[in-house]
Design a protein around this ligand. Structure first.
Ligand SMILES: C[S@@+](CC[C@H](N)C(=O)[O-])C[C@H]1O[C@@H](n2cnc3c(N)ncnc32)[C@H](O)[C@@H]1O
Length: 278
């Protein structure tokens, strides 16, 4: 597999933000499932915190997400790192300051201040979640962490370096089809189809990802396949998802369940990895 890890040695970038549904804990189970052959381009249309992207360190990549704060942050880390590092120094870890930053309207901020606000809220907010209400307003309470590492300069420099080779796009996953050429590797990690009606965590942005979106995604998976890409997808282990991807290679991996209030539902949970190759 063509990777950019030449020159990173032991000093590899880590995902710079905490993200719900992050795949960090599953990387060792994914490792044997990634394509064995080189790929010319890596495409990740639901990039979130980018656990797989920062693990593979592809030499050419396209990353997409429909969360405007996240995408602005990645663009600023790639193109305006020094200005971002300088702005991050101003933040304070106290409740009053947190709520004053949370109350700012990101649409009225310049890209650097906006990215700085995003990272600050991600590092100091409760559980590091990024969650918005129906009106799109960030609504995570102050996290009360003693010493959160808001500015990890060394890691942001490594992240910026890998992003230099990366096209960063705000929008729907379907934009990835514009790049779907033979030899590309596409990793799809959508918001999961809920195991039950109440387990529906769909608040990364103010839009939710429903059954019709899952169907639209399955169509896109087929299209990537027909265009000669290697495609790998993560989703929940439900009859609906198994039916949607019938005919493809379906494997089970086990994840720790992170967001659950009921103790008996905290054990490992099976998830699916679906591929168009073996
Ligand atoms: C399960 S998370 C991805 C987590 C990521 N793999 C990681 O390791 O952090 C799903 C992501 O899809 C994004 N998303 C939701 N709907 C989308 C859409 N229609 N098109 C593109 N991205 C979308 C969310 O903002 C979220 O970042």
């Amino acid at each position: 597999m063509e990777k950019l890890n030449r020159g990173y040695n032991g000093n590899r970038p880590k995902p710079p933000v905490k993200w719900a549904g992050g795949k960090g804990q599953l990387i060792s189970q994914f490792e044997p499932l990634f394509p064995k052959q080189n790929f010319s381009l890596y495409i990740e249309p639901f990039v979130g915190g980018g656990a797989v992207f920062f693990h593979l360190l592809p030499s050419e990549a396209v990353i997409i997400d429909n969360n405007p704060e996240l995408i602005n942050f990645y663009i600023v880390v790639r193109d305006e790192l020094q200005a971002l590092l300088a702005d991050l120094e101003k933040h304070q870890n106290n409740e009053e300051y947190y709520y004053s930053i949370r109350a700012l309207d990101p649409d009225k901020m310049d890209p650097v201040c906006r990215a700085s606000r995003f990272l600050y809220l991600n590092k100091t907010g409760y559980n590091g979640l990024w969650r918005v209400n129906k009106k799109g307003k960030h609504n995570v309470p102050f996290g009360r962490y003693k010493n959160p590492r808001i500015v990890d300069k060394e890691n942001l420099q490594l992240v910026s370096r890998v992003l230099q080779h990366t096209e960063i796009i705000l929008g729907d996953f379907s934009k990835a089809l514009d790049f779907a050429l033979p030899g590309a590797f596409v990793y799809l990690d959508p918001p999961y189809h809920p195991l039950s009606e109440t387990a529906n965590f769909t608040s990364y942005t103010s839009d939710s990802f429903g059954v019709d979106d899952q169907r639209r995604l399955a169509e896109a998976f087929k299209e990537f396949d027909e265009r000669g890409c290697k495609v790998m997808l993560s989703n929940s282990d439900t009859p609906f998802i198994r039916e949607l991807y019938k005919g493809y290679d379906i494997r089970v991996v086990y994840a720790r369940r992170a967001i659950n209030c009921c103790a008996e539902k905290r054990g490992p949970i099976s998830e699916l990895v679906i591929r168009n190759y073996c």
